[in-house]
Design a protein around this ligand. Structure first.
Ligand code: GLU
Length: 311
């Protein structure tokens, strides 16, 4: 039998986990490409997982468009996508509710979860005055003085929060280096199930990466600090965490983060202006793989990546 540790060392696996809420932009494709290069340069698997947890914002048509944009660039996935290729499916989060529910029950049994009835306004009014960076730190208003197990029939229809300890979570990011995040200060008790019964991103991403055998998570550095929440969940659920590599976010000319509403660097515009090789050439330059942005093939890029031994 293969142990999980062996799996991590011997079978590298990376993933791209887009939310199908709009057309991809340069930043999304940059992340996809770098995670593909990283895992392919080591002969690993690359998984495409559709993160369509939010039923209001996710659309199948956007997921189809994501697949089309990846194929246009030559990026093919070994597992996942809308076709559910491979043994760890389904690969769309909206169809993994039962899987998430199993682990939610494990946490609930151990007195780690409690229902929360706070509105956004309640939470904001309890914020410390210096909390001005938009982060919401939950102050524990609904946390019972004595935590008790929740049975599966007490769980539906409630926002459920995970009780966090006043503890520093340390980890080493392959790109950003040593990190130390105190969960109480960073987020407080955080949501693992929304009031509509949908599993929250932080928990879903952990369960999915663990069960899909992902050994390396490469994504934008807007998610760097939430890695601490995810590592805490890995520990509680007894899963082996992947290695993390957070890429600097690509910004537009005004220095702002790219958004799916921003059309200038959307895949629609990029595909109308560049061939796949021209776009790859620009990304190779942007990623610091070489000092010019001449067209390059995907194979050429893989060679550059491997020569420079980036990951
Ligand atoms: N679905 C998230 C996004 O599109 C990415 C989550 C992750 O890579 O962990 O921003």
């Amino acid at each position: 039998m293969i142990t999980e540790t062996q799996l991590n060392e011997d079978f590298p696996a990376g993933r791209f986990a887009p939310s199908p809420t709009g057309r991809m932009h340069l930043g999304n494709i940059y992340t996809a490409l770098l995670s593909w290069l990283s895992v392919k340069s080591r002969g690993g698997r690359w998984i495409l997982r559709i993160e369509d947890l939010d039923p209001q914002r996710s659309r199948r048509a956007y997921a189809e468009q994501i697949e089309d944009d990846l194929r246009w660039l030559g990026l093919s996935w070994d597992e996942g996508g809308l076709g559910d290729l491979g043994p760890h499916g389904p690969y769309s989060q909206s169809r993994r509710g039962d899987i998430y529910h199993r682990d939610l029950c494990r946490l609930a049994e151990r007195s780690l979860l409690y229902p929360c009835t706070c509105t956004r306004a309640d939470i904001l009014s309890a914020q410390a005055p210096h909390q001005s960076d938009g982060r919401i730190v939950y102050q524990g208003r609904c946390r019972p003085a004595v935590m008790h197990p929740l049975s599966p029939d007490e769980m539906p229809g409630h926002t459920l929060r995970l009780k966090v300890e006043d503890r520093d979570i340390m980890f080493t990011d392959k790109i950003c280096g040593e990190q130390c995040v105190n969960l109480r200060d960073h987020c407080g008790d955080f949501v693992v199930q929304r009031a509509d019964g949908v599993c929250a991103y932080q928990l879903a991403v952990v369960i999915d990466d663990a069960l899909m055998g992902v050994t390396e998570v490469m994504r934008g550095d807007d998610l760097l600090l939430s890695t601490a929440q995810q590592l805490y969940l890995y520990e509680l659920l007894g899963y082996i965490p992947p290695v993390y590599a957070h890429l600097p976010l690509i910004r537009n000319e005004a220095g702002q983060r790219l958004s799916k509403r921003d059309k200038s660097l959307s895949m629609e515009t990029l595909r109308s202006e560049f061939s796949p090789e021209e776009l790859l050439g620009r990304i190779a330059h942007l990623a610091g793989l070489r000092d010019n942005d001449c067209p390059i093939t995907l194979d050429g890029m893989l060679e550059l990546w491997s020569e420079q031994n980036i990951t």
